[in-house]
Design a protein around this ligand. Sequence first.
Ligand SMILES: NC(=O)c1ccc[n+]([C@@H]2O[C@H](COP(=O)([O-])OP(=O)(O)OC[C@H]3O[C@@H](n4cnc5c(N)ncnc54)[C@H](O)[C@@H]3O)[C@@H](O)[C@H]2O)c1
Length: 320
Amino acid sequence: MKYLITGGAGFIGGHLAESLIKDGHSVTVIDNLSTGSEKNLSAVADSPNFDFVKGDILNLPELEYLISKSDMVFHLAAAVGVELVVHNPVFTIETNVHGTERVLSGAKRKKTKVLIASTSEVYGKSQKELFSEDDDLLIGPPKHSRWSYASSKLLDEFLGIAYYRSMNMPVIIVRLFNTVGPRQTGQYGMVLPRFVSNALTDKNIEVYGDGAQTRCFCHVADTVRALKYLSANAKAFGEVFNIGGKDEISINALAEKVKDILRSSSKIVHIPYEEAYEKGFEDMRRRVPDTGKINALTGWRTELNLDKTIADVAESLGKQ
Ligand SMILES: NC(=O)c1ccc[n+]([C@@H]2O[C@H](COP(=O)([O-])OP(=O)(O)OC[C@H]3O[C@@H](n4cnc5c(N)ncnc54)[C@H](O)[C@@H]3O)[C@@H](O)[C@H]2O)c1
């Protein structure tokens, strides 16, 4: 099969490209290298089945042509990371909404399959125990820039489902919960690489807020398997799927775990949200996925636990 990955030089895209090439497929990546890096593609760069196009999906003239040559598009290119989003809300909304519009419109003529990467952020401030795909969503007000990411991704979801309903386009939406693993950068506010990197150098581990907020982390290799399972299943078209880890952990406990596993003497310190992000920053206390839907359709479940993930992140950061 021929795959196109937008944002394929990013953290998840690089792992997906590697895995698809390993399976014997052809992969073309389009990336403007804004948050991604060609280093994420070094394992496949020399493969005859791999092509890299440096370009911006917002204005790349050959986007439609590249889509038309592919059997499927994994649309991962987006403005990502809480810090980046809070400080660049216009850029976030334009990249995420207009980028998805261009990809879907480019896929129309040949009805090319498109998988759109959305996010658990769309559940917003919902207080449900487990987040399920058909839940109502509770997003905060537009004066808090952080919600521009969730809102733009939610509009992408609506657009994808609208293309499926009105044009019978094979579109799949995935809501990724915190995905972590080797090569993820802490530069844009991702919590695990920030913690591991500071633990490795015995610098302070900075927990934002009181640290009692909980998250579920999913190893990128498990996420990639989920993306591949869904892409191969026609029953996934027109549907939304959660993809995430099942073990819930508080950010305080995560900081302790990172310290223990890496035998670090870092101090754990707490930074108020206002200082870390913006005045009035709102965070979710919990965010736990119900992954029953993807499991029922494809049999997918996570295989790699958090200890293994932390060790993999540390090994990858140690090599840099
Ligand atoms: N990592 C997570 O925990 C997580 C959680 C929820 C959703 N997601 C979604 O998964 C996707 C991949 O995320 P990631 O963690 O790999 O982030 P990433 O920042 O590493 O990857 C995004 C890639 O898109 C590229 N890009 C951005 N704007 C572009 C544009 N206009 N044209 C071309 N390329 C562009 C970047 O250079 C980068 O390589 C994103 O859509 C993100 O919203 C990720």
